[in-house]
Write a protein that binds this ligand. Structure first.
Ligand code: F6R
Length: 364
């Protein structure tokens, strides 16, 4: 049932404040401001690596978490697309653990990767939305995303719930490995606790996002740029846009611009830059200057401080609420989902059932 919404995708975008909160409550003790310790099949303190594999949007959630695990828990992460991981015969030590991320829990390549890790004898955890799925059944431990059924083929609420679980796990790992202080842990937990509220604020930016979406319908190509955790988000924005609006889009690490894609920049390819005012903001501003100098049109997604300091003419600047850097990926996922959604609506495509795509990819 779509309720008052035109499409399941729109409904699922709007459910995010609630389902993120529900998912977090499984991992976070809000009153004690700490992560819950139960049901983790591996001892983070004794691990020297984690291997994460997944496909599509779930892979991009895993890629965001690499920054979290490495930065907060000093735990190296090998992250792979499952269709590559399953064939590349990666050596895994006994002190590795493997994590699989899947909404459906049935994705063929992700399941095959899990079975490879099973043969290698490492502990296996699964972040799944469907708890009765094959991937869930074959894992040592299940980390559920409590997003509820996701009907729209383009993943939205499952993605932000995957991020919420991974953020909680990274915090837990940091605590067990003694790499963050009790103070820092509390601050990060508080930030996570506020994430649902930030996402509801973002939903109110609808009109401005619609305006940008209307503009995007005039183009054949769109480039998304970001650094750090905004790099996987840039790829997620591009994936979402191409799969439902059929506009060609690419997501790049902003620092890679001058290593190739800058050749494409002209007034016919808008560039969407995801850049909250963080430790690396100035670097992204120089990339925006390079785009502007070549006549590229910029759509900047940033916060108040970023908007003040960018000093660049943009086609549009979407000003997001001020959020702690740790939870920014969860919050910044929304404007890129909304942008893809409205663009597809204006293009008149079948938003919930895009051509050639299936919700669950059980063949390779
Ligand atoms: C994109 C999308 C796909 C899935 C991918 C993995 O919007 O939905 O890229 O994320 O097919 O599916 P699951 O998570 O079911 O393994």
């Amino acid at each position: 049932d779509k309720g008052n919404h035109r499409h399941f995708m729109e409904k699922e975008i709007h459910e995010q404040p609630e389902v993120i909160s529900h998912t977090l409550s499984h991992y976070i003790d809000f009153a004690e401001r700490t992560t819950k310790s139960d049901a983790i099949p591996f001892d983070f303190a004794n691990l020297d690596r984690i291997a994460i594999s997944a496909c599509g949007t779930a892979y991009l959630a895993g890629l965001v978490s690499k920054y979290w695990f490495e930065r907060l828990a000093r735990l190296p992460v090998d992250i792979d697309i499952a269709s590559e991981f399953r064939y590349r015969e990666m050596p895994l030590s006994k002190r590795s653990a493997a994590l699989f991320v899947s909404q459906s829990g049935e994705t063929a390549d992700t399941l095959a990767s899990l079975r490879y890790c099973r043969q290698q004898g490492v502990a296996i955890g699964a972040i799944v939305n469907v708890q009765e799925s094959t991937i869930a059944r074959e894992s040592d431990g299940i980390f559920p995303t409590l997003a509820g059924p996701e009907i729209g083929v383009a993943s939205t609420k499952a993605f932000t719930c995957q991020l919420s679980v991974l953020a909680s796990l990274a915090l837990r790992a940091a605590k067990e490995r003694g790499t963050i202080s009790a103070e820092e842990e509390k601050a990060h937990v508080r930030a996570l606790t506020e994430a649902p509220r930030y996402t509801s604020q973002v939903l109110k930016l609808e009109q401005q996002v619609e305006k940008v979406a209307r503009e995007l319908t005039h183009y054949k190509h769109v480039l998304y740029l970001g650094r750090d955790t905004n790099y996987p988000l840039a790829m997620e924005g591009a994936l979402k846009l191409k799969e439902i609006s059929y506009i060609h889009a690419e997501g790049y690490a902003a620092g890679e611009l001058k290593h190739g894609p800058i050749a494409l920049i002209d007034e016919n390819m808008p560039v969407i830059v995801i850049a909250p005012h963080d430790h690396i903001f100035d670097k992204t501003v120089s990339n925006m200057q390079e785009v502007a100098a070549r006549g590229g049109k910029i759509i900047l997604i940033t916060d108040r401080k970023g908007a003040e300091r960018a000093g660049i003419d943009t086609l549009e600047t979407i000003v997001m609420p001020d959020v702690p850097q740790f939870v920014a990926p969860i919050v910044y996922a929304l404007p890129i989902q909304m942008l893809a959604y409205y663009t597809a609506v204006f293009m008149g495509t079948d938003v919930d059932q895009p051509r050639n795509l299936a919700k669950s990819v059980t063949v390779e």
